[in-house]
Design a protein around this ligand. Sequence first.
Ligand SMILES: [Zn+2]
Length: 372
Amino acid sequence: MPQLAAILKDGWRGVARGALPSFTNVNNAAIVTGAPPEVTGLSGNFFLDPATGEEVMMNSSDFLRCDTILAEAARAGRKVAMVTAKEKLRDLLSPGLFDKGVTGMAFSAEKAAETREATHGIGDVEALAGDTPPIYSGEASVYVLRAGAALVEAGRADFLYLSLTDYIQHKYAPEEEGALEFYEAMDEQLGRLADLGCRLGITADHGMNAKCHADGTPRVIYVEDELREKFGDGHIVICPITDPYVVHHGALGSYVTVHLSETNRAEEIGEWLRGLDGVTEVLTKVDAAEALELPIDRIGDLIVMSAADTVLGRSPEYHDLSKLDRPLRSHGGRFETMVPFIFSSPLNAEYTAKAADDPRNFDVFDFVCNGF
Ligand SMILES: [Zn+2]
């Protein structure tokens, strides 16, 4: 990645800690608001609504509990563009961008062909960045960067959030051929953004680990089955990685939340879960909300996280693994929270000190705006 190498030479490189659970919606919401999940309200892609007992997908901005940096920048007169790979994030993160008197744009690579001036703030995405790519592709991510660079080039945006998708990272380990091509294409666009004079902050929503036995089969603990066998029926396991894009991971991640049929047994059941081989952390609701900065009304009675090589599931019938054509790689837990934190300029003294402490990926806008 020669372009990235050049950016690093004149810039700053470190690591930052992401928000838990280490999922897409959670961390993208945190990044565009500069706040942890307890403030954004986003605790996963899915949660069990205690009011209705229904499992609800959190892919609409109705679930976001605070304002975004993007909307505030647009109100301050910046030409804001948010480009995401997946359409699910666009609606979630775009409130305020189309308010009266504000001129923002927000669109996804997935639905590039459907962008309209009235609803997206832009109507000619395909003319700028090319034909809409398939969502299960590396091109879906490269497209986001290409669209962003084209908008800067044309003088149509000067404050951007470009959010990619992790399809390639789920499918290939970093040095595999399919990954290398992807990084090469990404590198070209990063170089383009740097050449345009953009102040770049580069980070990730989460990391990724191989989740397999030596023979390549997924290493899964089906938590709901385990609980049924030991403690009887009625316990519900929510896998907040679940989303409509299941080809990547079969809805298996390294974090689940458990709604117990008898909440007064949380300590006892938690202790038992802690003893399972491959489970690394179990927290009760109150402890999890406090220690992991989670919205307490959108998590279950227990939070369970697994080892770097293990994923947690509900029971086999909830997970369609037939579409996994390669060994499972996934994320969601503690072992996927440390991510790159890269800037195109050296940090000033104040932000060098911040970066040496416990920098968070969701402070990336703060670092770009104030840290150079
Ligand atoms: Zn993912």
